[in-house]
Ligand binder design. Sequence first.
Ligand code: SF4
Length: 445
Amino acid sequence: MALTGVQIFKLLPKTNCKKCGYPTCLAFAMKLAQRQASIEDCPDVSEEAKRTLGEEAAPPIRPVTIGMGEKAVTMGEEMVLFRHDKKFFHPTVYAVQIKDTAPEADAAATIDEVLASEMERVGQHLRIDALYLSNESGESAPLEALVKLAAEKAPGFPLIIAATDASVASEALAYVEGSKPLLFGANAENLESMCRLAREKGASLGLVAKSLEEASELTEKAKAHGVEDLVIDPGARKAGEILRDNTLMRRAALKKNFKPLGYPILTPVQRDDEMLETLVATVGVCKYSSIVVLSSVKKWKSLALFALRQNIYTDPQVPMQVEQKVYNIGEPDGAAPLMITTNFSLTYFIVAGEVENSKVPSRLAVMDCEGLSVLTAWAAGKFTATKIAQFIKESGVENEVANKELIIPGYVAILSGALEDKLEGWKITVGPREANAIPAFLKSR
Ligand code: SF4
């Protein structure tokens, strides 16, 4: 059971020195109990208390990484049931199945599709993250050939190798030793041999259970066999069962600190009906699946699932932001207009989109206002004449423009006078209030 705030308080120095950023030790203890603070923030805590609380603070859902290098994905480490309580940490991994009975050319084409699935949305790169290579043939040679193909075409790419016979999977795993694959398919019958193989090949292990009870027994036995990096498929296939089992597992791990279910969840959703498959996948994404296995790559499916995952896994306490800099839109020359806005992603993409629509090559100075929109940033004192002037001076854009004219958003027209004082030699022009008026504004100049 998790320690309560009062139990944690008893382990703290009780000096109320405030070095942790909280007014009292009790307030800090309460935050620790809610997993919203780190024991490292108290410099005076004893080593013994640190040890006790460190174990306590270990994530209730064990982190598991598959793949190597920049494409590697980590799952688990989640701390809350609802993202508005803090945030969700590791986005659901989308894996696409390739069967070892598929002709080699088809398998190669699917791998290419997965590798080409990346798309940019609101400044983030989104993609299919893993390949699920399944042993449908029941023989080792076809699986070996498929894993070899994937390892050659996509070195380090996260691979899930699905088989229920350790002797069949053994040769295939040799091709990805050192690349942290996930060996998936351990169950009550094959557990010992699958654990041995996972240990030998440095793979994490996916357990397939028929119920949550069996899942918790399997994780305990796998640990006893020396395998700690585990992923659980609790056997749910229908949308309602996925919702129920995933929620029960997350609750057990977080609220009861029930370690046997504190592992990432894998949810296979493959269906002949891809619309239904996509719908069931959304349940997994919304409710705690760390891996969702899909049957194919389709652009429409990717767009819907990528957008959903991005929304669910955006930190609700941190507005989405773009980098502070002067962006060129088109190929602006020295006489091109220079506009300014804030670095809230939505603001940036809407304004940049309308400038593009105008077909007038321009410069767009995007100022770091901690991800706030124009009016909010102005009201919060982050988009002021002094700060804008400082940013424009430091950006060096002065050397690129011939006419030293800065166009500010119409909503902050009030800043124009002060800006002309702060930016000596510059002309300040008030632009439109709404972004959709930008094309007409730029064309009419
Ligand atoms: S830093 Fe430690 S001792 Fe000081 S108030 Fe915070 S918890 Fe208490």
